[in-house]
Design a protein around this ligand. Structure first.
Ligand code: F6R
Length: 604
C-alpha cells in the first residue's frame, strides 16, 4: 500500500516529508520519492528500496524559507519497483503523487501518446500529470485544469499535485484511498495518508471524504465535494499519541487490520484480475511446465491458507495438491519428486521451519514458489519465484489481513494454473472472476454485524471448550477460527471437519461445549446441517454462522447470501475474527500481544 505526504510552509519541508514517509513505512513500500517547489525551482529525489536510500540522496538538499512539497512511498503495482516508476511523476512543470489505481489509464495514455506526450514510467499515475498539463494549456486557471483532469479519471485515488503555474499551492483529491489534511497556527498545511505523520505538525485535521478535492496555500484551504460544490471544511482535533494515531481510531491493531481487509484485498487483486483471466506479472508460466503435483507447506495460519488452497487447486486446476506442516515435513524424510512444484506460504517470509523446508525442496531440485507478504524476506530471496500478498505490515500478533490476502492470492493462483492447464471453460472462468471482484465487498463490516457479535461474545467466556466445524474449505476456516480464539482468549478450541464429529469428538457434547458451525448456503449446506443437528440433539450450545436461518441454533450470526462459496468463506472469516476479538476484550486480554506468542517465529 502506498503512502502520501505533502507540506505547505516555511523551513520544514524536507523534515516534514521525510519524517512523514517514515511514519508511513508500516504500509509497506519498495521505493520512495519527494518533490519540493521553491518559487520557480523544483527539486526532486527518488530511490528504490528502503527510505534510508532516499534520505542519503537528499543529504545535501537544504531548502530554506517558504516551500511546498509532496512525497510518496510506492508499493509497486503497475510496473516494477524502479526509480523511473517511483513517484512523484513529472510532466513539464508539475509533479504528482498518487495512491490507488486509475482504471482508465490506458485509454488516457493512448490519447496522450497520440497527442505527442512521451511517457517515462510504466505507471498509471503518470497520466494524471500529463492530462493536467494538457488542460492547463487551455483552461483559464490551474484549478480548472485540475477539476477537468479529475472529471476524466476513473478508479480509486488520493492525489497531490504541485505546479509551477501556482507555486504556493497544492491541489488535492480523494476518492477511495485515504487522505487527511492538517492545519496549524502558523498557517502551514500538511497532508498524509494517516494521522501519525501529522502529529507534531498540525493541530486540527480534516478527514477528506470520497469525492472531495480542492487546494491549499498558506492563506487558503478550498474544499469541494463530489457535486463540485464549495463546502466548509469540518476540522477535528488531532490525537496527540502516535500509538493511538496509528490505530486510526480503532481500539487495537487487530481491529484496525480486520477492518482494513477490504482495502488490502483490493490491493492484492490489483492488476491481477483481467477481463478474461488471471495475470501475475511476476510469474513465468513455464514454472508450471512438467508439474504433476503442487505441495503446499506452511505453519499456523499460513498452513490453514495452504489447506484451503489445496481444495481450490484440485477443483479448478485439476492438479494434485498436498499440504504439509513445515515442522513435520522437515523430519519425516519426505519424498520430494521433481515433478512437484513446492509452494511455501508465509506472512513474514522468515519462519524458521518453513524456510528450512524451502531449502530442502531446493536441494532436492524442485521448482519453488513463495506466497509472502514481505518483499526481500529470506524466503522471497531464496525461492525461484514469489508472489507478494500486499497486506501491508500486520502489527496484531494474531494474523487477520495477512490470511485474507493469502487466500485471495491463492484463489487467483489456482485459477492461473487452471488457465495454463486449460481446465476451466470460459464461462466457468468468468464466474470465478466475477466472484473474485466481489471479495473486497464481502469483507466490509457493517455496524450491526459487529454489534451483534459484540453482544453475543458475553455468552462464550466460560465452558469447557469450543468446536469450530465446517466442510470443504470451511474446514480449514474452522481450524483458523479455532486458532484465532485460542491465541487471544486462551480458551480451548478445536477445528474439525463437520463430518468427523460422530467419529469421536461428539462424545464431548453437552451444554458447556460451544459449537461454532460454519454453514454456507452454497456448499454442502444439507450435509453440514445434519452434522450440526447431531450436536444440537446432544445439547451442545450452537452458534450457527450462515445466511440461512437455522432453528436448532442457540445463537445465530446471519451472513449475506452470495452465489459463490468463497464469498461466504471471506464473510465468515471476518465474523470469526470479530468473535475471537470481542471474547478476548471481555476477558481483559491483550488483544494485540497475546501471551507466549511472537509475530515472527525464527526459531525451530
Ligand atoms: C497466527 C499466526 C501464526 C503464523 C505462523 C506462521 O495468527 O500468525 O500461526 O501464521 O507463525 O507465520 P508466517 O506466516 O509468518 O510464516
Amino acid at each position: 500500500m502506498c503512502g502520501i505526504v505533502g507540506f505547505v510552509g516555511t523551513n520544514k519541508v524536507k523534515d516534514v516529508l521525510l519524517d512523514g514517509l517514515k511514519e508511513l513505512e508500516y504500509r509497506g513500500y519498495d521505493s520512495a520519492g519527494i518533490a519540493v517547489l521553491q518559487g520557480e525551482q523544483f527539486s526532486s529525489y527518488k530511490a528504490v528500496g528502503k527510505l534510508d536510500n532516499l534520505v542519503q540522496k537528499v543529504a545535501d538538499f537544504k531548502p530554506k524559507g517558504f516551500a511546498i512539497g509532496i512525497g510518496h512511498t510506492r508499493w509497486a503495482t503497475h510496473g516494477k519497483p524502479t526509480e523511473l516508476n517511483a513517484h512523484p511523476h513529472l510532466g513539464t512543470s508539475s509533479y504528482v503523487v498518487h495512491n490507488g489505481i486509475i482504471e482508465n489509464y490506458q485509454e488516457i495514455k493512448n490519447q496522450l501518446t497520440q497527442d505527442g506526450v512521451r511517457f517515462l514510467s510504466q505507471t498509471d499515475t503518470e497520466v494524471i500529470v500529463h492530462l493536467f498539463e494538457k488542460h492547463l494549456a487551455v483552461e483559464k486557471t490551474p484549478f480548472e485544469a485540475f477539476e477537468k483532469t479529475l472529471s476524466e479519471l476513473e478508479g480509486a485515488y488520493a492525489i497531490l499535485l504541485a505546479t509551477k503555474s501556482m507555486p504556493d499551492t497544492i491541489f488535492f483529491a480523494k476518492n477511495g484511498s485515504p487522505m487527511i489534511v492538517g492545519v496549524n497556527d502558523e498557517n502551514e498545511k500538511v497532508f498524509a495518508s494517516s494521522d501519525a505523520p501529522l502529529i507534531g505538525h498540525a493541530k486540527d485535521v480534516l478527514y477528506l471524504s470520497d469525492g472531495d478535492y480542492g487546494y491549499v496555500s498558506p492563506t487558503e484551504l478550498q474544499l469541494f465535494n463530489s457535486d463540485a460544490k464549495n463546502i466548509k471544511p469540518t476540522f477535528s482535533p488531532l490525537p496527540t499519541s502516535k500509538l493511538s494515531a496509528q490505530k486510526e481510531g480503532f481500539r487495537f491493531f487487530m481491529e484496525k487490520e480486520i477492518y482494513e481487509q477490504s482495502d488490502v484485498i483490493s490491493d492484492a487483486l490489483l492488476g491481477r484480475i483481467q477481463d478474461d483471466g488471471i495475470n501475475f506479472d511476476e510469474l513465468d508460466p513455464a514454472l508450471f511446465d512438467g508439474i504433476n503435483e503442487i505441495k503446499l507447506c506452511a505453519c499456523g495460519t499460513s498452513y490453514h491458507a495452504a489447506l484451503a488452497a489445496s481444495y481450490l487447486f484440485e477443483r479448478y486446476a485439476k492438479v494434485r495438491a498436498s499440504v504439509e506442516i513445515a515442522s513435520e515435513l522437515r523430519y519425516k524424510e519426505p519424498l520430494l519428486l521433481k515433478d512437484t512444484l513446492f509452494v511455501v506460504i508465509s506472512q513474514s517470509g522468515e519462519t524458521a521451519d518453513t524456510l528450512e523446508t524451502l531449502k530442502m525442496a531446493k536441494a532436492a531440485g524442485l521448482k519453488t514458489l513463495v506466497i509472502c507478504n514481505v518483499d526481500n524476506s529470506s524466503m522471497v530471496r531464496l525461492a525461484d519465484a514469489s508472489v507478494l500478498t500486499r497486506a501491508g505490515i500486520e502489527k496484531g500478533v494474531a494474523s487477520t489481513k495477512a490470511f485474507a490476502t493469502q487466500m485471495s492470492v491463492l484463489w487467483m493462483l489456482s485459477l492461473y494454473v487452471a488457465q495454463i492447464r486449460d481446465t476451466l471453460t470460459k464461462k466457468a472462468m468468468q464466474k470465478q472472476l466475477h466472484a473474485l471482484r466481489e471479495v473486497p465487498n464481502s469483507v466490509k463490516i457493517n455496524d450491526a454485524l459487529h454489534e451483534k457479535i459484540r453482544r453475543l461474545s458475553k455468552r462464550y467466556l466460560h465452558g469447557h471448550g469450543f468446536f469450530f466445524i465446517g466442510r470443504d474449505v470451511f474446514f480449514p476456516l474452522a481450524l483458523e477460527g479455532a486458532l484465532k480464539l485460542k491465541e487471544i482468549t486462551y480458551l480451548h478450541a478445536e477445528g474439525y471437519p463437520s463430518g468427523e464429529m460422530k467419529h469421536g469428538p461428539i462424545a464431548m457434547a453437552d451444554p458447556e461445549l460451544f459449537t461454532i458451525a460454519l454453514m454456507p448456503k452454497t456448499l454442502l449446506y444439507d450435509k453440514t446441517k445434519s452434522n450440526v443437528e447431531e450436536l444440537s440433539a446432544r445439547d451442545s450450545t450452537i452458534c450457527a454462522i450462515s445466511p440461512v436461518t437455522f432453528d436448532k441454533a442457540d445463537d445465530f450470526i446471519q451472513t449475506k447470501s452470495h452465489d459463490h462459496y468463497m464469498l461466504e468463506f471471506f464473510e465468515m472469516m471476518v465474523a470469526l475474527q470479530l468473535l475471537s476479538m470481542e471474547i478476548s476484550v471481555r476477558l481483559g486480554n491483550d488483544v494485540d500481544m497475546p501471551r507466549n506468542l511472537a509475530k515472527s517465529v525464527t526459531v525451530e
